[in-house]
Each structure stands twice: as structure tokens, then as C-alpha cells.
Design a protein around this ligand. Sequence first.
Ligand SMILES: *[C@@H]1O[C@H](CO)[C@@H](O)[C@H](O)[C@H]1NC(C)=O
Ligand SMILES: *[C@@H]1O[C@H](CO)[C@@H](O)[C@H](O)[C@H]1NC(C)=O
Ligand SMILES: *[C@@H]1O[C@H](CO)[C@@H](O)[C@H](O)[C@H]1NC(C)=O
Length: 218
Amino acid sequence: MLRSYIASLALITGLLTGSTLGQTFANNVTGISGTWSTGSGHVRTGLGFFNPITKNFTMPSTSGTSYSFTDDGFFETSTFTYKSNPQVNRCFTAALSWQHGKFTFNANNSLSLSPFPADGFVQVISPCAGQTVQMFHYSQFELIPMWNIYTDPHPGFQSGGGSAYAMTLYNDGGNGQAGAAKNVMWLVERPPAMLPTEQLYQEVLNSVGAEGSGDAKS
Ligand SMILES: *[C@@H]1O[C@H](CO)[C@@H](O)[C@H](O)[C@H]1NC(C)=O
Ligand SMILES: *[C@@H]1O[C@H](CO)[C@@H](O)[C@H](O)[C@H]1NC(C)=O
Ligand SMILES: *[C@@H]1O[C@H](CO)[C@@H](O)[C@H](O)[C@H]1NC(C)=O
């Protein structure tokens, strides 16, 4: 169930992403460190989104994605997706995911994001399903074949003018080649808003280890 859910999330994400393949790595105008967020910027990394001690998520007011990076090679990601049910309003499906770990700049300008598998979680909320709230371990390695940072003169998240740094990450289109662009993210905090960057937990319980697509915990 989780696997097909994640597959459909990937599909939704793919449909929402624009095609901005024209931008190149040469557009990098500032460092990668900071917290980057899509859209209205409501989804952010850090304690406001996920509390790793209580393992509680706080649902943001709008869906979105956030990536944070440090100068010393750590990353954190938060995603919140929301799928309404046009037939029955109360039967939405929401998913919140959080993970963190280490990233490396590869020789071919790609980025590798390697999460700490024991720390990541995804929570799926579907009020009309038998079990309305489910938590799973979540650990998704990600290769970002291409990425670029540029100055956006008209950032979508603010109407009052003023430019902002924007970042486009690309999905792995297969064989490490750049595929579709992810939704553009804007720099919303620097230094980044992140939870402690070290690994917090030691073991993954009941790991099923299926390509990191989310290991059932309970
Ligand atoms: C991007 O550019 C900034 C500013 O010139 C630099 O500090 C940073 O290292 C660059 N990042 C990469 C990956 O080249
Ligand atoms: C965590 O979530 C549960 C269920 O929503 C809630 O009862 C509990 O108060 C939350 N704990 C904290 C610390 O927010
Ligand atoms: C770029 O480097 C990464 C890491 O070594 C590798 O996984 C990826 O396949 C490479 N991309 C291409 C197009 O060869």
C-alpha cells in the first residue's frame, strides 16, 4: 500500500514539475547551504515540521517540499503532499515525510543524498481508510543529477517585490541523467533551519529494505 502510494506521489510530483532544463550548473550564484522551500514556504525542515523524539509531525497549512543543506555535508528534507477526494471531502490522503543524512558533491556535478535509515519517517493520514494514521520508517537515497541556483527577480512566494535565490533540483531520469525538474524552491533561511545533523537512532525496526521506499515499522 505504501509502495503504491509513494509511486503515485512520484507521479503527482512529476506532473506538477515544470520543464526548465535550459538552466545549467553555471547559473550557480550562491552556495547550496540554507533551507530551501517550494511555493508559499510553509513546508520547512526542522523541529516545526517533525519532532524526532516524540515522532510527531506538524501538518503545514499547504503542501510542499523543503531541502536544507549545510556547508559540512549534511542535508534534511521535509515533504507534505495532500490529495483530496472530490467525491467525499473528508476522505483526503495526506503524507508527511522527513529524513536527514549526508550529501556529497560528485565529480560529475551531481549530488548524492544518503539518509540515515533509522531516522526517517513517513506518516500517511487517510481518515477513510481502516487505519487512519500510519507511520513507517522512510529512507530514500536520492541522486540529483543536475541542480542549479539562480537569482529569481519575481519569486512566487512574495508579492511585494524583491528578488530571492531560487534552486532547481532535477530528478534522476535513469542512468544518472537529468530527468524532470522538481518544483522550484526558494532560499527561505540561512543558516538552515535543521534538526541536529548527526544520526539520532541506531536501528531500523522491522526493516524490509525495499529500495528505501519506506520500511514498515508498525
Ligand atoms: C556555488 O557558488 C558559490 C558562490 O560562488 C560557491 O561558494 C559554491 O561553492 C558553489 N557551489 C558549487 C557546488 O560549485
Ligand atoms: C503527538 O501526536 C499525538 C497524536 O496526534 C498527540 O496526541 C500528542 O499530543 C502529540 N505530542 C506532541 C508532543 O505534540
Ligand atoms: C554521476 O555520478 C554519480 C555518482 O558517482 C553516478 O551515480 C551517476 O550515474 C553519474 N551520472 C552519469 C550521467 O554518469
